[in-house]
Design a protein around this ligand. Sequence first.
Ligand code: ATP
Ligand code: MG
Length: 598
Amino acid sequence: MNEQTTAVVAGGHIPSRIAKTAKSFRVRPNLVDYDAVRAAFSWEVARESLDGLPGGGLNIAHEAVDHHLGTAHADRTAIRWLGKTGARRELSYRDLAKATNRFANALCGLGVQPGERVFVLMGRLPELYVAVLGALKAGCVVTPLFSAFGPEPIATRCEVGDARVLVTTPELYQRKIAGLRDRLPGLKHVIVVGDGAAEGSGVRRWGDLVDTASAHFTTAPTDAETMALLHFTSGTTGRPKGAIHVHGAVLAHAVTGHYALDLHDDDIFWCTADPGWVTGTSYGIIAPLVAGVTNVVVEAEFDAAIWYSVLEQERISVWYTAPTAIRMMMKLGADAVKGLDLSALRFMASVGEPLNPEAVVWGVEAFGLPFHDNWWQTETGGIMISNYAAMDIKPGSMGKPLPGITAAIVRRDEAGHVEPITEPDVDGELALRTPWPSMMRGYLHEDERYRKCFADGWYLTGDLARVDADGYYWFIGRADDVIKSAGHLIGPFEVESALLEHPAVAEAAVIGVPDPTVGEMVKAFIALKAGFEPTESLMRELLGHARKRLGAAVAPKAIAFRANLPKTRSGKIMRRLLKARELGLPEGDLSTLESDER
Ligand code: ATP
Ligand code: MG
């Protein structure tokens, strides 16, 4: 148990506020007075914290790596890699500079041009990090893909993204790509990392290319508007979109690493997300390196015992994870954490899905620290709304907009005009004032869809939320998932959170099922914790529990038990799939689906 207890939580009850006092933090938070910092903030001034390239250019990899050369950070561990089988590798900022220069030289040696697309498909190996940063130095556009994708999703993304180079492993190449090479005439170079057979046109070994390359490289003259990353969305609501990001996004990574994740000079940071989705790139690679901290990379997939040992053994101080993982740990109980020495851990954050109040409070019970929820999207490139180290938490709220970001709850009229709602506690669409440095600059090949996200100087997020009188934002649900029942608008999150308060419930997903009398009927899908049986009587008990917590109008009318809920590879519950199956409709794009137990 961590000694920095930040909250007073009365037995099992969810407090409306977790108060922060001076005793709540071991180091002074970067953001102490939210209103004052927000009022004084300007992106122009923040830009001065970056180094920049000669002649006014900007390059993400330069800020993440070379910027630290010649400073006290140069010999500090930049990446501490923990392999699946116990191997460890440490790369200092100086080592990383040389390794990324070598890879950039290797790309140039192959004739790869700035602006060409480099796709990276591998587990969380050190070379992944070197490849992403080296390709950015070479001025290429990087797309990291989940290594667990099947051949079809990989080929489609390489096709639409115009992949010129693919960095992968021999095993992944043979198993997933070799058979589809005919479809990818534009894929000129495949670079394989590690031993094993890999035959095919343009297939080269990483070692052969990189080991002999020079460790000196002059970063390509990119600027803030040069395209840097192409990131596919999670595919939770439909076919994934390719969001285009520019090198200028690094300013948002720097600012959010500082304020939202509260990164300090001597931190040991661990972001559990895979670079195959945007959190694993923006915060699993860029933000911690720009901040000059030690970035821990864990190759293994989620396993509570491994995770707890990483937290303890590596003395992680700042930990950024996701609701699905937190709920899995909750399933195993807080006792598994007791007895660990987590005295280094001082800040925990979560993103990706709504974080149920129960989970925030469980953080305090298990770790002595609350989880700090924050909200953003692939499209926003970085954290937009956040709970801050020194700010009281209202469990269930996403927090407040970052300094430099103006958010609002808006309604759209029939002509498409956007009008901010000024009174608090009104449901509407979450919108962000444009522009900000990490705002997407396009959806690949989908101009019309991109344009539709913007109106009257606002970016429309497609998420519904409300803001309270204190300026805290509350997630309601994705616009697509909101249920209209007997004249009420019901957000799935509220219903799921109430269900999660029941001791038998490990996970819950709520959808609307068409109903002739009420429009849509609320139906919940529930995965139970170990030791609970999916019986009629438990179902009745859960229906009663929800009715008591939510009232008859909002509570689910039907419950179905499932061993697991369908999720994306980034850990998001796919409500659209539950709905399609319920209604016997086509299942749609399943390229990002992970678990598929019905
Ligand atoms: P797609 O756009 O392809 O359907 P996706 O929206 O899940 O997939 P991402 O960009 O990875 O793709 O996820 C962003 C979305 O995740 C947000 O729009 C929001 O719905 C949800 N989300 C992220 N963080 C939070 C949070 N803290 N609270 C609630 N929802 C969140
Ligand atoms: Mg989305």
